[in-house]
Each structure stands twice: as C-alpha cells, then as structure tokens.
Ligand binder design. Structure first.
Ligand SMILES: Nc1ncnc2c1ncn2[C@@H]1O[C@H](COP(=O)(O)OP(=O)(O)OP(=O)(O)O)[C@@H](O)[C@H]1O
Ligand SMILES: [Mg+2]
Length: 239
C-alpha cells in the first residue's frame, strides 16, 4: 500500500467522545466459514498479517491527517472489496481500539451482511427510502467496537445524486461517534461509485492480482482524480 496522506476535512473537528453513543441493537457476530474473514480470530490466520500491515499504514496516515471515512472500491466487480472492507473494519475494531462503523454502500450487490451472518432487512436502502434516523439501523457487534450498517435489500435502483447527498447527511449525523468509518462500495465501473467516493476522506483501491489489467487500473486511477487515494490493496496474490 502506498500511503500518500489525505486532505483535511470536517472529520478533523469530530471527536469520538463529543457525542453520546446512542443505544443500538447488539447482535452476535457470526462469521460464515466461507467468508474468509481472516482477522476474526486472535493471532496469525493466513492473511491477517497483511491486514495488520494495512491497518498500520492507515493509522500512520490518521496520525497526521484527518482520515475518518475510508471508501473501499475497485476497478471492476469481484476483486475483493467486501473482503478488504470487512477484515479491515474488524481488525481496526479489535486491535486499534478505534470505534469503527462499517457501511455497506454497495446496494446492488451487498456483501457485508453475508460475511457477518446478519439479516439484510434494515440498511442503507431502507434508511434512504424511509428517512428514518440512521441509528435505528446500525447494529453493534457483540463484544466488539464494531458497528455495522448493512445495505438493506438489494435492488437495481441507482443511487442518484440526491440519495447520495442524503447518505452523506446520514453519515454526518453518526460519524462523530466513530474514529473510523469504512464504506464498502460498488466498483468504479458503476456510476455511483465515484460519487460515493466524494463522501470519503480517502479511497482504497482493491485490485485483483493477475486479473485486473493495466488499462483498467489506469482508468480507475483516472476516475479517482480529485479524491485522495490512500493506496491500493492487491488481492489473491498467492497462486
Ligand atoms: N484474498 C482472497 N483470497 C481468495 N479469495 C478471495 C479473496 N478475497 C476475495 N475472495 C473471494 O472472491 C470473491 C469476491 O470477493 P468479494 O466479495 O470480497 O469481492 P467484491 O469486490 O466485494 O465483489 P462485488 O463486486 O461482487 O461486491 C468471493 O468469493 C471471495 O470469497
Ligand atoms: Mg462486495
């Protein structure tokens, strides 16, 4: 990962201790065996060290700039965004003592709920439709500093600019209670992903080794011009 520093933002003024943490439902975190959540157990499951490295780099940048909202995206579908978002959020909550919110903003192909074995009933989509206040749908992982906002029932309606602004307002409403907000997003080939990137202080680009071609990587970088690119994560490097 190449961490280059991040732009200043309103997040700088937000202290996690400034707002009381509203009561939210606490749910047991149940990891599906096939979920590849390598950071779930203590110690050195295969791959967990790479996430520790990533978290370390992220914290380095956080120490010198205001980086709270981190968007995870990729050039195309299926490169490992959800895997990175869930592992990073879980590790940060377990090992960095940060209060972490994981948001699934990939409303067309939601994946976060599946990794944690959560129902996807109430989530981003439902909040956008109902205008309910976001805390109603945020769930706390039992025994952890990790809070999860799932995507809600998957559907094909695009996230329009207006809806993205509503999502921004919702994140603004809750972000002060967290030190880190990890946002799982669609791939950049989906029009709403670059718009979602505007909600974040920085973007992490997930690239699948031996699959994502140079042209796609360059295009992704181009699309992210204007955003702070925290770096790239190469997935599935092992043969
Ligand atoms: N590091 C990895 N090693 C092996 N398999 C992986 C790894 N990361 C992800 N996968 C597998 O690749 C598939 C896609 O991963 P994931 O769902 O994280 O990608 P995604 O980018 O979120 O996909 P989508 O674009 O559909 O949301 C899954 O089956 C997942 O189990
Ligand atoms: Mg995904």
């Amino acid at each position: 990962m190449d961490a280059n520093g991040t732009r200043q933002s309103s997040a700088q003024s937000e202290g996690a201790s400034q707002l009381p943490m509203p009561a939210v439902a606490s749910v047991p975190l149940r990891v599906k065996p096939e979920s590849r959540l390598c950071t779930f157990d203590e110690g050195g499951a295969a791959g967990a060290d790479q996430f520790r490295l990533l978290l370390g780099r992220l914290m380095e940048v956080q120490a010198r700039t205001a980086l709270k909202r981190l968007l995870i995206t990729s050039a195309v579908n299926g490169e490992g965004k959800t895997n990175v978002a869930t592992n990073l959020a879980l590790l940060a909550a377990r090992e960095s003592r940060q209060k972490v919110l994981l948001v699934d903003a990939d409303i067309r192909q939601p994946g976060v709920h599946g990794v944690f074995g959560l129902e996807n009933g109430q989530g981003v989509v439902d909040l956008l439709r109902s205008g309910r206040e976001p805390w109603k749908a945020i769930r706390k992982a039992e025994g952890l500093n990790l809070y999860v906002l799932t995507a809600g029932a998957a559907h094909d309606e695009p996230l329009t600019t207006a809806r993205i602004l509503t999502l921004k307002a919702m994140l603004d409403q809750v972000a002060a209670a967290f030190e880190l907000v990890v946002i799982d997003s669609p791939a950049l080939e989906v029009a709403e992903a670059p718009m979602l990137a505007q909600l974040a202080d920085a973007v992490l680009l997930v690239l699948r080794a031996f699959k994502t071609g140079r042209d796609l990587v360059l295009k992704a970088k181009d699309v992210l011009q204007g955003n702070t690119l925290l770096g790239t994560v190469i997935t599935r490097l092992d043969p």
